[in-house]
Design a protein around this ligand. Sequence first.
Ligand code: FES
Length: 186
Amino acid sequence: MHGDRCDRSGHDLPFCLSRREFLLTGGTAVAIIALGDLAWAAEKGLALQRASYPRSLVGRVSRLKVDQPVSFQYPWKDPYSANILVKLGVPAGGGVGPDQDVVAFSTFCTHMGGPLAGTYRGKYKVLGPCPFHLSTFDLTRHGMVVAGQATEGLPQIMLETRGDEIWATGVMGLIYGYHSNLAAGT
Ligand code: FES
């Protein structure tokens, strides 16, 4: 039985965390992730703010080409669930596949929802600059902000592989357009 209904799309979520709560608590965790020190965070007992959703097959490793993103919707089939799946060609935080370089991210800027689809730059492995206020996100470092107005990293879609298949399993970070999409303690 799911708890409060607390995101703008009206989907039931097992747990909810407001944007304010995320800024007060999850922001610390995400900042740690951006530094790439997940082991340190685990040692300190800091919970990573992420939400688990039903698994969804989103691609196949063998069909991806380096620096050629493909789009998919997750966790829901709605306009706010637009993401890219991309093989970076270099190992990345949260990367899967034999080279640990396949990652996925929301394409809505965390500042004011600017559209980031089509802004991937393979030379720098970043998404951006956002057409609204130039925010740019490093896809090798969990979507960390590297320039612009945004203060929150880009939500990363958690991936797993089963052989050649790439499955989305959850979301780490607050998707723009939702009041809350994070589940504590998962
Ligand atoms: S909406 Fe993207 S930087 Fe403002």
